[in-house]
Design a protein around this ligand. Structure first.
Ligand SMILES: Cc1cc2nc3c(=O)[nH]c(=O)nc-3n(C[C@H](O)[C@H](O)[C@H](O)COP(=O)(O)O)c2cc1C
Ligand code: SF4
Length: 420
């Protein structure tokens, strides 16, 4: 089942007409001619679409928060609680190692993101929107710029979209490429010209976001689902995948499997199916034996072979899906190297705003270096436990919790290999 990748092979990303020939921008036309913003939000709510950026928050509910002033009344918002100005941001930061799905959508079918963003902005009444892209993705930023200029020429973006009274601007904003800037409030800070570090929540961005105005931040893959939902209807979309999180997901499968890369699969596909089914991973690479699978990128949990029957979805799950990156690790892998790589990444990416993460990721990185050199000190085992607890329980934002996830599982699952 293909929703996001369906027309990738048919489309020339540098030619808007090839997107239009596959029915592209029909959904935007439909919303503008036939649907009120309220009806669009209702449709997205009914579809059950959840955000693909990591947390799986219901998309329609998030949009509703930005347009319901009564719910905003508990927070003082610049411009008043009835602020009419709103912003929409497409999150294409994608700075987690091993994930490249969002930038691939931008590369293969940029108009799918632009059309999804326009429909979404219209639904919440945002006249100004941003595509926030990691500044290292120059090729994808250039493709998006070309796509945008062609969409402006066709009057799909800008003033009087498709002859209507609706105005929506789109600006591409290049971030500096820090992992924490994918976190929505840190991202908003950087658009405002401030340091890339998270803000205290609540208030959440749909209530008080960019310049204090209601702002919705959605992942690029989330937005790429929107044209399909409008075209086929919420009923059809909600039949795909799992009832708790409908639709498909782009999985980035890496490691010791036969087929590596991006696979679109229905939500609720099990780890076993993704790794071993010939449509996807096709099983272990020749001569490799499965040890464990990391679900959800560098910040994800480690699933042992006994847990391969777990479904991959948003909602209640022992193995949160995160952004959808799946790393298959075989028995020849060096656990000490892996532990070092995780600690090195989080230590480097900690923004330094709070002590538990700034100090915790640094201490863990020091221990990881000693572990790799077979030079552990007597108190290191005890200190690792303290650091992991502190990161998990006292960090200001989820990055600190993420730094403890894979380490915590490794310490529980393979203590002898680490401290033995
Ligand atoms: C450290 C950190 C990094 C994040 N990076 C990204 C990212 O690169 N892309 C993304 O869409 N969401 C990222 N998120 C999640 C965003 O804060 C936000 O929840 C998401 O963009 C909302 O979109 P969605 O509802 O469509 O998933 C990150 C969160 C954290 C804590
Ligand atoms: S947990 Fe880490 S990334 Fe998050 S605010 Fe604290 S120092 Fe910054």
């Amino acid at each position: 089942m293909q929703v996001v990748t369906k027309n990738w092979s048919k489309i020339n990303p540098l030619d808007i007409n090839s997107y239009i020939r596959t029915g592209g921008y029909d959904s935007l036309r439909k919303t503008i001619r036939e649907m009120t913003p309220e009806k669009i939000i209702e449709e997205i709510k009914k579809s059950g679409l959840r955000g693909r950026g990591g947390a799986g928050f219901p998309t329609g509910e998030k949009w509703e928060l930005a347009v319901k002033p009564a719910r905003n009344a508990t927070h003082s918002v610049a411009g008043g609680t009835l602020a009419k100005e709103r912003f929409f941001i497409c999150n294409l930061d994608e700075s987690e190692p091993g994930v490249y799905k969002d930038r691939t959508i931008a590369e293969k079918n940029p108009h799918q993101i632009i059309e999804g963003l326009l429909i979404s902005a219209y639904a919440i009444g945002a006249k100004k929107t941003f595509i926030y892209i990691n500044g290292h993705y120059q090729k994808q930023a250039e493709i998006l710029e070309i796509a945008l200029s062609q969409a402006r020429e066709k009057e799909f973006v800008g003033k009087g979209i498709m002859g209507s009274a609706i105005d929506i601007k789109i600006e591409i904003f290049e971030g500096a490429g820090a992992y924490v800037c994918g976190e929505e409030t840190a991202l908003i800070n950087t658009i405002e010209g401030k340091r890339g570090e998270p803000r205290l929540k609540p208030p959440y961005p749909p209530v008080a976001g960019l310049f204090g105005k209601p702002t919705v931040v959605n992942n690029a893959e989330t937005l790429a689902n929107v044209p399909y939902i409008i075209k086929r209807g919420a009923g059809a979309y909600s039949q795909i995948g799992s009832s708790v999180s409908p639709g498909t997901k782009l999985f980035v499968l890496e490691g010791a499997v036969k087929n590596r890369g991006i696979f679109e699969a229905p939500m609720g596909t099990t780890i076993q199916e993704l790794v071993f089914n010939s449509t996807y991973g096709g099983g272990m690479a020749s001569g490799k034996e499965l040890w464990f699978v990391q679900i959800g990128g560098a910040s994800g949990r480690l699933a042992p072979p006994a847990k391969l029957d777990q479904p991959l979805l948003y909602g209640k799950s022992d193995y949160p899906l995160g952004c959808g990156s799946i790393l298959v690790v075989d028995k020849t892998a060096n656990l000490k190297d892996l532990l070092f790589a995780w600690a090195d990444f989080f230590h480097r990416e900690s923004c330094g705003k709070c002590v538990p993460c700034r100090e915790g990721t640094f201490r863990l990185w020091e221990i990881a270096k000693r572990l790799r050199n077979n030079d552990l000190r007597e108190k290191d085992k005890e200190n690792v436990k303290d650091i992991l607890w502190t990161l998990s329980n006292t960090s200001f934002c989820p990055l600190g919790n993420f730094a403890a996830t894979a380490w915590g599982d490794a310490v529980r699952m393979f203590p002898d290999k680490i401290f033995g």
